[in-house]
Design a protein. Structure first.
Length: 159
């Protein structure tokens, strides 16, 4: 059983319902939801002319292999209407594997830890809410340390 952290985001349609639906659909006997962060409203990065995102982080107990988890996340994205039309563009749902225990994986279709999570406040803020002392297996830094070192990127925790 591994502790796995997943980041979810949506900026199309009923964003909150999309996140809730994705969390519900991801769960199974081999992928059990343990905790979910608050919702965070975040400005888009990259393509700026689009709606703001709702983001959250979730902690799961996982019996799947990393590639199996990736396949499940991608299937949920397709089922929830995700269309990959523009890099950093609008999306009904985005599901990213952030951390998979202390694993470091580099394959053509899967990189864990997520390659850009260290530079994204919209990932680190909800992750720090769940586990600020969690450590990046590559840099050794805690989530709280990485979050405190970031500048910019507007992120608002919702009540």
């Amino acid at each position: 059983m591994k502790l796995v952290y997943v980041g979810l985001g949506s900026n199309v349609g009923d964003r909150e319902e999309m996140l809730r639906s994705a969390l519900d659909r991801l769960q199974s006997p081999e992928l059990r939801l343990r905790r979910v962060s608050s919702l965070y409203e975040t400005e888009p990065i990259g393509l700026r002319e689009q709606a703001w995102f709702l983001n959250l982080a979730a902690e799961f107990a996982c019996d799947l292999f990393p590639r199996q988890l990736l396949q499940r996340c991608q299937r949920m994205e397709r089922e929830l209407g995700r269309k990959r039309t523009a890099v950093d563009g609008p999306r009904t749902i985005d599901i990213d594997i952030l951390l998979f225990g202390s694993a470091v994986i580099k394959m053509a279709d899967l990189e864990i830890p997520h390659p850009r999570f260290r530079d994204r406040r919209f990932v680190l803020a909800p992750l720090a809410e769940l586990n600020p002392q969690l450590r990046d297996p590559v840099s050794g830094q805690s989530i709280a340390e990485m979050l405190n070192s970031l500048r910019g990127q507007t992120v608002r925790q919702l009540p």
